[in-house]
Design a binder for this molecule. Sequence first.
Ligand SMILES: [Zn+2]
Length: 296
Amino acid sequence: MIPFVREMAFEYGRCDAVSPLIRRVVARNPGPFTYLGTGTYIVGHGEVAVIDPGPDLPEHLDALLAALGGERVTQILVTHDHADHSPLARALSEATGAPVAGLDRPSAPHIEGPTVEAGDDMAFRPDRRITGGEVFSGPGWSLETIATPGHTGNHLCFALAEENALFTGDHVMGWSTSVVVPPDGDMADYLASLRLVQAREFATLWPTHGPPVTDPAPFLAAYIEHRLAREAQVLRLLAEGHSRIPEMVTVAYRGVDKRLHPAAAQSMLAQLIKLVSEGRVATDGAPTLASDYRLP
Ligand SMILES: [Zn+2]
């Protein structure tokens, strides 16, 4: 079992100091994929960086500007271009003069079908494209960019050296597992990115949604184990003679709220794409939600 952490003291729009170098303002956009809402982080004092400005809500922009008072924003950083993370970056940049760094994907394939995420921000255009390794710093703080593809192809995390902490965006979420939706989401990349974070032995993980993970080692081990258990489950269902995603989801998620089945189907597709690419599962043509699968 993943030791989920869901308790968090906050109020929408209020700025809370959550560590010596980190403040957080939560936007009023709660939902099935955003939990309590988007947590925007302010790093440093006096000259600061802002991570994941959030959704395009005027009240959230006002709250951020009030929290920043007379401080200077030197950098706006974006973990990925989902609609609950990046849209406010442009307005915050215009209000503060700070440049936006992140990674866009102008030619992203658009996904048809049921929405299982907060949606893409196709208008996202950073002033500076970053791909991992870039370091941003200010008085008493430095943030290292770490590429963590998987949840999206362009997902980035930011490591705060002074607190051995990682801002994880949607790569690791304390309150739930992360959604990996093909074709942009990639399960093989996702697992590799989880192991990358695991290897760095951070003391604290700060997800964009929900409270921090303060004991990352057992949490990440369980998080990875959960994905491998899902993979084993798919292989077992195939061995039992099931061949299509809809029927496998019905069996595997018996008793689970049916509204979550579309997301479960996308996750299963992500698992199957990985297994097919590894030669452990066979199908005819490119793997889709409607394909027939079998063990080779
Ligand atoms: Zn996301």
